[in-house]
Design a protein around this ligand. Sequence first.
Ligand code: ADP
Ligand code: MG
Ligand code: MG
Length: 889
Amino acid sequence: MDKFVYMFDEAINKTKELLGGKGANLAEMTRIGLPVPYGFTITTETCNKYYDAGKSISPEMERQVLDALNTLEEKTGKKLGDPSKPLLVSVRSGAVHSMPGMMDTILNLGMNDDTVEGLAKLTDNPRFAYDSYRRFIQMFSDVVLKIDGFYFEQFLEEIREEKGYTSDPEMTAEDWKEVIKGYKEIVTKHSKRAFPEDPKEQLFLSISAVFDSWNNQRALVYRRIQNIPDHLGTAVNIQSMVFGNMGNDSGTGVAFTRNPSTGEAELYGEYLINAQGEDVVAGIRTPQPIATLQDEMPEVYQQFVDTCQLLENHYQDMQDIEFTVERGKLFILQTRTGKRTAQAAIRIAVELVKEQLISKKEAILRVDPDQLNQLLHRRIDDLYERKQLAKGLPASPGAATGQVVFDADEAEKLAKDEIKVILVRPETTPDDIHGIVAAQATITSRGGMTSHAAVVARGMGKACICGCEALKIDLKSKQFKVGDTIVNQGDVISIDGSTGEIFLGEIPMIEPQLSDEFQLLLTWADEERKLGVRANADNPEDAKKALDFGAGGIGLCRTEHMFMDAKRIPTVQEMILAETYQEREDALAKLLPMQQEDFEGIFEAMQGNPVTIRLLDPPLHEFLPDKEELLVEVTKLQITNSNAKELQEKEQLLRKVRQLDEMNPMLGHRGCRLGMTFPEIYVMQAKAIFYAITKLVEKGIAVKPEIMIPLVGHVNELKEMRQLVINAALNIEEETGQKFDYLIGTMIEVPRAALTADQIAEEADFFSFGTNDLTQTTFGYSRDDAEGKFLQAYIENKVLPENPFASLDQDGVGKLVETGVKLGRGIKPGLKTGICGEHGGEKKSIQFCQDVGLDYVSCSPYRVPLARLAAAQANIKHEQKQRELQIQI
Ligand code: ADP
Ligand code: MG
Ligand code: MG
């Protein structure tokens, strides 16, 4: 018999997968003796069964729920629907991964015309009883009957106006009664049925609605963004209610055991007196900071502080805790691992090691490399003289600039056109999530540090400012006012999420730096990792940056970037346009000292670390003007017939451009194919490298050059190019008397090279897998065309699990890499292997590189810290796997 339902004290040692995160933690907190209102959990498997059965609750499920309800009634001494001792419950969703606010929850279930009277008598607080009832009608109607909350709010507003009130606390019991009457009429009008008075009917309708909410739009979007699988399902938690809205000795709140923005070890949270659950997160009233609870309810505060400490020690991580105080008594309603910024993740991990709660390895695993991007972003220059427009709560750090928009759809639309926007809203709801994703940053005029916008933005590493009440937002005319200043949709503003400041226009930003904690964590990572981490850098500045960020060398230096320089392009074109060998030699002779200077700069910056230099790779027409544009110019000159000399030059250029024009440049005359047909270009580059080395050796600086031949598909290509480099070296050795120590290797970036890697290894000192091109050539995709035309659709329709240019396709491209390494090492056991595509900076691909035994990864300088951390994680996980295998044997 399937077991669908577990009481909180029965669900010991059951997994999060079965009970959902919320349910598992409620059970665990019950076990360790915390004050958790009693209840039971319907499992995630039940949710899947519910869907399998065409969205229906089977008789067996129903029986088990009713049994559990009985137990709950016995334990609490209350009864669902009994006016003399009414049991009220919450019906709460809770999936394996926390999805804050994405699915539905119903509070105060069990209220009807009878129980409300009972509750009024029992509590001697009719106002509270009617307030709770009208909340229930509204929530139930929204979640179960799908009636827009707007009708209820509008009606409430009318009543308030009629009575001349400005806020809810002024409403009396009689007023709420009137509201309830109106609410019920709204229900009858919009759902074609009367409000269900039978509490058991209420209960089962709510359970179905929570299961249904697993597939509501915002939950689907959230799962897609967070990469949470769709098949997991949600659990449902039925829990007896406690009330934070019983008067001024009651309240409700949310707190993090450490600051989720900075990581500082201080209690961080908010509460509202005389309020219920959702009021805090909904951001309708701006709550009070947790510290003032100490003055208002000192004993409760102390008890709460102790509970926070206990939970943090128990789970060995920062917790996000929901609590309610009912008439001076504290209840804990939820705990979960708190979402945090990258900065906070690092600081918390490092401090937990210092507090001896976790090991260094565990600390390394705690920080998600993907999140680190945030820290490697620019921030506002400290020297900027700040003239802020307004200031709100610093809800999520980071600096951003963009055009103001007031609507999530609009934000998404503009972002698609690569326009940077900042979303400005009175408050956000889970329905705005796509706008928060699309925007650079979000500002709300209401709500606190734990409001929806704040939690979501921190989770995504986006800047956010909340509760900026100075902003008078007018959604209709799409503008906001601060004093006399009017800001319209489309105006540019800047914000600093770590201070809460808002500025008009663009303001100066500076480059990122690594914090002390980050540096420390990275030195721990360096001790744990086996993979080397290098950077792709084409100039001395990038090389320096890479070294600062801890790169152990350059894995890819693209020499064509030196050719693209505006001052050099004329000489490069001269070389390309040369009609004779001599003309080309003359042009190359002019280019040589320029290249030499580049290499000297990079070698010097790298201080004796290895530098892999790739000889010229792109097709030559990339250095010439665009054909269409040239054609227009020539035609103009022909018509005006004014400048014969210019016309002649342009015509010659056009002839050359036409000559070099290719049907498919990606598969055309490029890479070593250039070197094969114009060896003098590669000779010049090789000479420039060796002259540069000579200069540096004179200065006493060590150099470790690795010369890389691109796009080799047949061993004979490499053989010839290798000889050419060796000859250049010999010539210069003879000329200067200097002996050179260098490696010659190749990029493996077409399938044939990977498949014949044993032959190629005979001629290579190293392999560097160029996984950008290897992905293009393996799939037969041209990246720009694929990403622009069909790849997005492929990913959305799950034809491909993800973009193979972002995360290495392990089944296909990865198999070629693995084959290449195996075949190569079969011939040369010590063959050095690395990867230099963009994948070298992506955590899953890095794990793959570790597993197939590469020596290093190479990525952009800004991703080097991320790669160091990911490489350490890869090794820790690799060792774990190894150990598990050994145990199995
Ligand atoms: P979410 O997962 O979106 O946070 P919850 O299920 O935690 O949704 O519930 C929403 C709000 O209702 C929270 O503030 C929670 O503390 C409150 N709440 C839930 N169950 C109860 C209860 N039994 N008594 C009082 N408040 C509750
Ligand atoms: Mg919650
Ligand atoms: Mg390539």
